[in-house]
Ligand binder design. Structure first.
Ligand code: ZN
Length: 190
């Protein structure tokens, strides 16, 4: 199922480009990524179940998915923490207690996709900076990788196998990180 949603395109570094909106199509893959990274894949059936439904009682969801009600509530509330699922609480007239009726909040998915992407770019950029500003040392068996200070501590001998450590050429690591950052930045303008 494709859900159309508008997101604000923004650039790295937290500079929001004002007034500019881009259309992003939410795919099942986006939903899977968000659930997998933020909630846990055990929540995916509930989210998929609610995608084409509205205001479904938690008891009905639990019954249809054959999940015990306490476990079901735990899953639903974990999704609610990220506003992927939202609910209306209504009093059951006959029984007198409150029941939560759940909905899938499609608009939240692009925000979360963007948030995850920004976090990843930040992590990778920090990693790249570390690679650029340090020298790394390893033995030939590549047991442990150490920066200069750590290597000094061990007198440039591997603590695992005792071999002499050599300066590692990290050009490929840097290239890989830079490429990955570039890919993620390009994705932001989809
Ligand atoms: Zn070693």
């Amino acid at each position: 199922m494709l859900v159309g949603a508008y997101i604000h395109a923004f650039k790295l570094g937290g500079i929001y480009s004002t007034g500019e909106t881009k259309k992003m199509k939410i795919t099942q893959e986006h939903i899977r990524t968000v659930i997998g990274e933020l909630v846990g894949l055990d929540a995916l059936p509930a989210v998929e179940y609610l995608q084409d439904k509205q205001n479904v009682s938690e008891f009905i969801i639990a019954e249809d998915l054959d999940i015990e009600i306490h476990e079901m509530r735990n899953i639903l509330y974990r999704c609610y923490e990220h506003h992927i699922l939202v609910f209306n609480r209504k009093k059951d007239k006959k029984k007198g207690w409150y029941i939560c009726y759940w909905n899938f909040n499609a608009d939240q998915i692009p925000h979360l996709i963007q948030k995850l992407r920004t976090q990843k770019i930040k992590q990778l950029s920090e990693r790249l900076e570390r690679e650029e500003q340090n020298h790394f040392y390893m033995c030939q068996s590549a047991c442990v990788r150490m920066d200069f200070d750590k290597g000094m501590e061990y007198n440039f001998h591997c603590p695992e196998c005792g071999e002499v450590q050599q300066l590692q050429d990290n050009a490929r690591t840097k290239e890989f990180l830079a490429q990955r950052i570039k890919e993620l930045e390009a994705q932001e303008t989809i």
